[in-house]
Write a protein of this length. Sequence first.
Length: 109
Amino acid sequence: MKTTESIDDYVSRVKAVANEMKRNDKALSEVRVMEKILRSLVRKFDYVVVAIEESKDLTQMTIDELVGSLQAHEQKIKLNEESENLEQVLQSKLHVNEGGASNSYTRGR
């Protein structure tokens, strides 16, 4: 998986390879495909991979369920990154205003 790649894009790529193998009489089981997906994810998914491997039985799980779990984790990561970026922007703006930039609300008070 590429660091900038989304779960949807990556799983689509893996499924395409698995389908190509199936056409060439080298079919992989769904469990084997899920294992390969989990093993090849980028480091930011390490925690969710361990949680899935420890708490779920891959033989009782579908690829769609796995993808749903990974997408939920990906969304949480994105929300955390966005809130951190917003916090940094607000901190920068606060430092600029404290650094001597005039503010029409504080002038004359």
